[in-house]
Design a protein around this ligand. Structure first.
Ligand SMILES: Cc1cc2nc3c(=O)[nH]c(=O)nc-3n(C[C@H](O)[C@H](O)[C@H](O)COP(=O)(O)O)c2cc1C
Ligand SMILES: [Mn+2]
Length: 528
């Protein structure tokens, strides 16, 4: 049964031996990050990385415990999604995609259980919930939270696992995205939605609407930069020259939610698919929402802590640097500023967070879950796709290895272009395409076959396009080149006329012969 809140999830983890409580006092400034980093990179006797989830019960300077590394192993990721294998989530998605139009009454009856199951996905608004146990509109201070400073050159403390809720002013649809928040002072924080994310698009929609309705503010350096950053990139000169319109955009932030909600905020779903629905699908039980006190938004009723507030349309502030999941500091840049108007929280709240840095860390396991879950969805538009691997050191957007069933010339390049046009996969800096017989999960096999099979000048495809905001090497921020490597076997219809050698494989009878003697031989030779 679904975890109803963070506390049930913590209890579940503890019961499964997947959580350790730390009673010693530890400093949220750097110390928790160093401990967590060591735990993330530790290996158990089976060679699994990740260590346990950690509950720091005594963080220095705050009386709120800190939960970290909750998703930091494959097992915990499976527990969070309540499956025995991550592919089961993919199987469930496939089942819903396979639905054919019912042919008669019996077919319709057969569909009823599925329809009933779908009914559970939709969130429902309830009148109140645990997150309303304490409501503060005046005495709000972000400094009461044990927010981490993760790395020495970080610009400050960062809320790293917030579910940021916004509403599309045009359609009224909600979005939940995970965008880090740098704490500036008691009541303000950075709002780091990168320009290609849904929160940023909602902000631009607000800018467009406000610009149509009102007078622009006087020109200023930051305002014109905002136009450049948030508006011109959307293709229109909808904003008056030189200034940003005044106005506010409402934002709510939920901290410490049940694991499916937290996970839903990071999955790269299509912009119009509401994350509360994704969470409902994953947990197979509706997400219960409550209305906010000061803004017209809904938050999960069982959230540990909720911050309500707004972003001024005409205000940007330098955010970062921040030690990021690339293993490097992401550079400082201008981002909107979140102002807290109200905080609601449970009695004895728990602060859930994460750190990112050099992989492998907690986010590596979340990324792997995304990879498995999205494969069937990618196959919808790229049916020849057999498997994909985003190696952890490729930090999701630097390297994707895909295998395909090749049926026509040039297909590997078609697949690259399809990936570069697919949602957040647009950021993929390097795509390697191999034939179906290559196991993309085996990096040794990939290295051997890819490098053997390519004629680099012929097989590398360059293109230009949007880059992840975190990329520090591209010629311009957010814009640069990408590379695809066609490592499939080349066909004569692709202009390759030389013979292609067979892969070395021993014949079956010799193998069987040696198999029959192997036990004794191996013992004699001292090998396993
Ligand atoms: C721990 C963590 C921190 C993240 N921080 C940010 C961030 O600061 N800014 C951002 O744009 N995306 C960040 N992301 C990625 C987004 O959450 C992800 O792209 C998500 O799909 C965005 O949702 P959206 O499509 O609804 O905008 C982070 C992801 C994780 C796992
Ligand atoms: Mn979204």
């Amino acid at each position: 049964m679904a975890y109803n809140d963070l506390r049930e999830w913590i209890a579940g983890l503890e019961h499964a031996g997947e959580l350790k409580r730390i009673k010693t006092e530890v400093d949220p400034i750097l110390e928790i990050a160093e401990i967590t980093d060591r735990v993330s990179k530790s290996r158990d006797k089976n060679g699994n990385t990740g260590g346990p989830a950690l509950l720091f019960e005594n963080p220095k300077g705050a009386d709120i415990p800190v939960l970290i590394n909750q998703f930091g192993s494959e097992r915990r990721m499976r527990m969070a999604l309540e499956v025995d294998a991550l592919d089961q989530v993919a199987d469930r998605i496939r089942q819903f995609m396979d639905v054919k139009s019912p042919q008669g009454f019996l077919d319709k009856v057969k569909m009823l259980p599925m329809l009933a199951e779908m009914g559970k996905f939709f969130p429902k608004t309830v009148s109140t919930g645990p997150c309303k146990e304490n409501i503060h509109k005046d005495r709000v201070s972000l400094n009461q939270l044990p927010v981490l400073k993760c790395w020495p050159q970080d610009a400050g403390r960062f809320i790293t696992l917030p579910c940021v809720i916004t509403r599309d002013p045009k359609t009224g649809k909600r979005n939940v995205g995970m965008y880090r928040m740098q704490v500036f002072d008691e009541r303000t924080a950075g709002m780091h939605w990168q320009r290609q994310k849904v929160g940023a698009e909602h902000y631009r929609e607000m800018l467009r609407a406000a610009a149509r309705a009102g007078t622009p503010v006087p020109p200023s350096a930051s305002a014109s930069l905002a136009v450049d950053m948030m508006a011109r990139s959307s293709g229109g000169s909808v904003l008056p020259e030189g200034g940003l319109p005044k106005g506010k955009m409402e934002v709510a932030v939920a901290l410490g939610t049940d694991p499916t909600i937290t996970f839903s905020a990071i999955v790269p779903a299509p912009p119009d698919v509401e994350e509360y629905l994704i969470a409902g699908f994953l947990r197979q039980k509706p997400v219960e929402l409550v209305k906010c006190e000061t803004v017209d938004l809904e938050v999960p009723a069982s959230s540990e802590i909720v911050l309500e507030g707004y972003v001024n349309l005409d205000e940007l502030r330098t955010e970062g640097p921040f030690g990021d999941h690339t293993g490097f500091y992401s550079l400082a840049d201008l981002y909107p500023v979140f102002h807290v108007t109200c905080a609601t929280y449970r009695n004895n709240p728990i602060y859930a967070t994460t750190i990112v840095g050099k992989p492998p860390q907690e986010d590596a396991h979340m990324g792997k879950a995304v990879e498995r879950i999205f494969l069937p969805l990618m196959k919808l538009t790229i049916p020849e796709l057999a498997d994909i691997n985003l190696p952890v050191e490729g930090i999701f957007h630097n390297l994707m290895i895909v295998s395909i069933r090749k049926s026509y010339p040039g297909q590997a390049r078609k697949v690259m272009n399809a990936i570069w046009s697919l949602g957040q996969a647009m950021f993929t800096k390097c795509i390697i395409v191999v034939d179906e017989d290559v196991n993309v999960q085996d990096i040794r096999e990939v290295t051997l076959k890819v490098l053997n099979h390519i004629d680099p000048e012929r097989d590398i495809q360059f293109t230009l396009g949007p880059m992840d905001s975190l990329d520090h090497a591209s010629r311009l921020p957010n814009y640069g080149s990408k590379m695809g490597v066609d490592a499939t076997r080349k066909w004569s219809s692709e202009g390759f006329t030389r013979p292609w050698p067979d892969e070395i494989l021993m014949d079956a009878s010799t193998k069987a012969l040696v198999d029959s003697k192997w036990k004794a031989l191996a013992k004699e030779l001292g090998i396993e």
